[in-house]
Design a binder for this molecule. Structure first.
Ligand SMILES: [Zn+2]
Ligand SMILES: [Zn+2]
Length: 336
């Protein structure tokens, strides 16, 4: 599918979709049931294809790639290491899949890519090994996956040893399903506030700046962050210690936090699926955050940015408003 049918590329090589960004029809008045149901069950929508995919990964990980309850009821490095290897494997498989097709095989060239330039060509010394990709891989595995695994395994131990409530899906089927639907929302609310916190001057300067060096993001940029940011970012997992839940709910948020950012940082608006078809990746929100820094702290289910005045709808007019603020950030990276 030709990108010019759905957007415009400017002289500098930046593509923008014609359609302005908006939120899911959740907190709107008057509430329109049909619009909501279409958004919930439509394609692409809230469930399909992305959340359904992450739930499927969670179910497989819980039934086939998680130690038994009996084993997990005692803290031990042996089973925690197995969960770590499972998370490493999940990360490699999912992030590499995005990277392999879009950035190595370049299956759709720069079609629907927001920034025409390829991060592989950027040899800036702001990156370790003068490579954005190697730099991102380093932070992902040196700190991201270990902190994710530490939080997840401690939670699995708390559930298995009866220290926090574990709800049985067969006894509370409605709550089980409702909480599954709410988990992406809980993720988003935590992400919004955690993310805003890392934009406080001191934390930005010493911690969050690291992730913001990726102004032209690619799949490996997803959880490439400073270790202190990983501690704040993955803390969303702990929310489930306070809510009566099943370990699968906690694993759903953990997997979303761990591997979904590779989707959020693909740098492409859509995947071309045929001559006349393309599927929305749903990441324009976060791409704009990487481009303009002080906008779109959340990912777009509920209008938190609109409520707190940091929403950028992707339009030229919104761009102009942001330009002044952008000038206050100096990254020392001329590439983007
Ligand atoms: Zn990011
Ligand atoms: Zn940020």
């Amino acid at each position: 599918m030709d990108e010019s049918a759905l957007g415009n590329r400017d002289k500098r090589g930046f593509w923008r979709p014609n359609k302005k960004l908006n939120y899911g029809p959740v907190l709107v008045w008057p509430f329109k049931v049909w619009v909501f149901l279409k958004w919930l069950f439509g394609y692409p929508g809230f469930i399909f294809p992305w959340n359904a995919g992450y739930v499927a990964i969670t179910v497989i990980a819980w039934f086939y790639l998680t130690p038994s309850i009996e084993t997990m009821s005692t803290l031990s490095i042996d089973w925690m290491a197995l969960v770590f290897l499972r998370n490493v494997a999940l990360t490699i498989i999912i992030v590499s899949a995005w990277y392999f097709f879009l950035y190595m095989k370049k299956t759709q060239s720069t079609e629907f890519k927001y920034n025409k330039r390829w991060p592989q060509d950027n040899k800036s010394s702001i990156f370790m090994f003068k490579s954005q990709t190697l730099d991102s891989i380093f932070w992902t595995f040196a700190s991201g996956v270990p902190i994710w695994t530490l939080y997840e395994t401690l939670m699995l131990w708390l559930y298995s040893s009866g220290k926090i409530p574990w709800i049985d899906a067969s006894m509370h089927p409605i709550w089980f399903v409702v909480l599954m639907f709410l988990t992406p929302v809980i993720h988003e609310i935590h992400f919004y506030f955690a993310h805003r916190l890392t934009h406080v001057k001191f934390l930005y300067k010493w911690v969050h700046y690291l992730h913001h060096r990726y102004t032209n993001p690619e799949p490996w940029s997803g959880i490439a962050m400073h270790p202190v940011e990983h501690m704040i970012y993955f803390a969303g997992i702990w929310i489930f210690a306070l809510i009566p839940s099943h370990p699968m709910h906690m694993m759903f948020i953990a997997i979303r936090l761990g591997v979904a950012p590779s989707q959020g940082h693909t740098g492409f608006d859509k995947i071309v699926t045929g001559k006349d078809s393309a599927v929305d990746i749903g990441i324009y929100n976060h791409y704009l955050h990487h481009k303009y820094f002080e906008v779109n702290y959340s990912d777009g289910i509920i209008p938190l940015d609109k409520i707190f005045g940091s929403f950028h709808d992707g339009s030229l007019e919104a761009d102009k408003k942001m330009q002044k603020r952008l000038d206050t950030y100096n990254l020392g990276n001329e590439f983007n």
